[in-house]
Design a protein around this ligand. Structure first.
Ligand SMILES: [Zn+2]
Length: 332
């Protein structure tokens, strides 16, 4: 082994907390490691919360770590809310952690959405975490797209899963490129995610070269598409007021511009309809024409697609205020 290689090898061991191995390699290869360097690594281990590794290393290096230094770290870990490091350090040093302090830390963990360390802290003092803290924790987890800890927190609080938060969580999962918990979150809320959000999730996974997850997202999007196609188009009359918050800005200027019967250019009476999805082919277009005529008495209309950012379509129809014709020209 070249010196350069040995140095890299030793460094990697030191960085991952394996000081005893690093010292062995140093002896075998004859590449020295200075006492100062070892001392600095021991300090880093303690800072990282690796007290067991620090002790092991200090023995191998023949450098004693003073008891008051170690007990100081129990305090430091507790202050930082690093519960697992604090528990390990407490066991090693024999310094007990006061009950009130554990409860305080457990509470802080839960309020910050850290379910497992929070529960761990409470269980160490054999207390049940308060319901409200668990619910705050669950909400926080859902906000961050942590579905399973969120579910667990609500379960521990004996509360039903809130639908709205599940959807928030699902969307967050999709945005983070995690289709499986995202789909699960929607399922638990008895809702279906949009094709668009699933596709966007799949694209993100692809970019990050996570092909299995990408496939999961694309397959789910495909299924939704197929289910939607199998359903007949539903028509519902609406008002501009009702949809104005929902439609994309670029569509807001669209409307009747001229009557093809009398050339009138103003005073049109408009009606709006929402389509559950846009017609796929000529046959469906014909069916829609018949329905619009029979049910709503509308013979001419304009279908705007992509107005809502999903599969739905918007029908805009107008009657000329002057001659009563429906044959109206629509434009932006
Ligand atoms: Zn007219």
């Amino acid at each position: 082994m070249s010196d350069e290689k040995a140095i890299g090898y030793i460094k990697r061991h030191l960085e991952s907390g394996k000081m005893a191995e690093a010292i062995d390699i140093s002896k075998l290869t004859g590449v020295p490691v200075s006492k100062e360097e070892l001392k600095s690594y021991l300090h880093q281990y303690l800072e990282k919360g690796w007290m067991a590794k620090a002790l092991e290393g200090s023995e191998a290096a023949g450098m004693e770590l003073k008891k008051e230094v170690l007990t100081g770290y129990v305090d430091k870990y507790l202050d930082d809310g690093r519960i697992y490091s604090a528990i390990e350090a407490s066991k090693i040093t024999g310094m007990p952690i006061p009950k009130e302090r554990l409860i305080k830390i457990g509470r802080e963990c839960l309020l910050n959405g850290k379910l497992n360390p929070g529960l761990e802290a409470y269980s160490l003092v054999e207390e049940t975490p308060p319901e409200e803290e668990l619910i705050i924790c669950g909400k926080k987890c859902f906000d961050e797209g942590q579905l399973y800890p969120g579910i667990e927190a609500y379960k521990k609080a004996n509360k039903d899963l809130p639908e709205e938060e599940l959807i928030t969580c699902g969307n967050r999962c999709f945005n983070n490129g995690n289709p499986t918990p995202g789909i699960e979150a929607y399922k638990k809320a008895n809702k279906t995610p949009t094709r668009e959000i699933l596709r966007a999730c799949g694209e993100k996974c692809l970019l990050e070269r996570r092909t299995d997850e990408a496939r999961t997202a694309f397959v789910a999007a495909q299924k939704i598409e197929e289910t939607a196609k199998a359903k007949p188009i539903e028509i519902r009359e609406t008002s501009l007021q009702e949809i104005s918050g929902e439609i994309e800005d670029s569509w807001k200027g669209i409307g009747p511009k001229a009557c093809l019967g009398c050339k009138n250019e103003s005073g049109f009476k408009e009606r709006y309809f929402i389509l559950s999805r846009c017609p796929e082919d000529r046959k469906e277009e014909k069916l829609l024409e018949d329905l619009m005529k029979k049910r709503h008495g509308v013979e001419h209309y304009y279908i705007a697609v992509d107005v809502f950012g999903d599969d739905r379509g918007l029908i805009d129809s107008a009657v000329c205020g002057k001659c009563g014709s429906q044959d109206v020209f629509f434009d932006f």
